[in-house]
Design a binder for this molecule. Structure first.
Ligand SMILES: C[S@@+](CC[C@H](N)C(=O)[O-])C[C@H]1O[C@@H](n2cnc3c(N)ncnc32)[C@H](O)[C@@H]1O
Length: 270
């Protein structure tokens, strides 16, 4: 298989990656046949997967605008993924010129393509790091240069925590990142769940098994388990809800039923 110029040498392009599968669901071009094949297998069980991803991106953009409108000018996006339409820096910097954005991902394609998209943007940077190593994120040169931790930050953990198994203690990683944030900071989060999927659970499990097969298990958590990530935060109205119901700009009734799969929420530290 030919290696395109955007694929870093370090990656094994015969193994699917969750960021490239997600890119495929969203109609992007940074994916390989192995990724598309895994995505198509998952879609045999849950044909509405792309609708879930679109609802996730739409929530993320509304939440970034909400943060900017509430005076936040710094964004730390962990698990930022392969850039696509309407990225965090575009939304944040359109609402607040000069807003600072740091992207963090452990996937080399996501990091390399983010660097290309950001180009010479002086107010944004990319870190190759793991959510499970919060110190490395917080002490990275990009965070030290661009983010003033004495002032409020919007911490984005959008569609990432469901890739972290309980044995790796995602709650501890979120608590460590949250502890570094100044009062008035926001946690913006989405998470997959069997709750809200318009299919019998047995059918949805078929899609979850595809991620297990590619050794990137998708951890479906209950609403209560997801709410625990917000320990120490006050929930912003309307709380932890299906994605289309979080401060909608268009009528949620018009959304595809799949868009209501999983949960989204924003919390604020006091
Ligand atoms: C489904 S994508 C979400 C991208 C973006 N946040 C969005 O919602 O559009 C999940 C991203 O999380 C990244 N990811 C998963 N586990 C991670 C970890 N432990 N540390 C850093 N990034 C991780 C993946 O590489 C992928 O790019």
């Amino acid at each position: 298989m030919d290696r395109p110029a955007w694929a870093p040498r370090s990656i094994d392009i015969s193994v699917p990656s969750v960021s490239r599968i997600y890119d495929y669901y969203l109609g992007g071009s940074h994916n390989f046949e192995v990724d598309r094949e895994a995505a198509r297998r998952a879609m045999e069980f849950m044909p509405g997967l792309p609708k879930i991803m679109q609802a996730n991106r739409a929530f993320m953009r509304r939440a970034v605008r909400y943060a900017a409108d509430s005076g936040i000018t710094q964004f730390l996006d962990v698990g930022s993924g392969i850039p696509t339409f309407g990225n965090v820096h575009e939304v944040a910097q359109a609402a607040r010129p000069g807003a600072r954005v740091v992207y963090v991902d452990h996937d080399p394609v996501a990091v390399a393509h983010s660097q290309v998209v950001l180009g010479e943007n002086p107010d944004a940077g990319v870190v190759a790091a793991d959510l499970l190593k919060p110190r490395e994120i917080l002490t990275s040169p990009q965070v030290e240069q661009l983010i003033d931790l004495e002032r409020p930050v919007a911490l984005l953990l959008v569609a990432i925590l469901h890739f972290v198994e309980d044995t790796d203690d995602p709650y501890a990683a979120v608590a460590e990142l949250s502890a570094a944030l100044a009062p008035g900071s926001l946690l913006v989060l989405t998470h997959a769940s069997y709750e809200g999927i318009p299919l019998p659970q047995g059918r949805a499990e078929g899609a979850v098994d595809v991620y297990k097969d590619i050794r990137n298990p998708l951890v479906m958590r209950s609403r209560d388990e997801i709410a625990r990530f917000f320990e120490g935060y006050d929930m912003v109205e309307p709380g932890l809800v299906p994605m289309p119901n979080w401060r909608p700009e268009t009528a949620p009734e018009d959304e595809d039923p799949y868009a209501f799969s999983g949960f989204a929420g924003v919390g604020r530290t006091s």
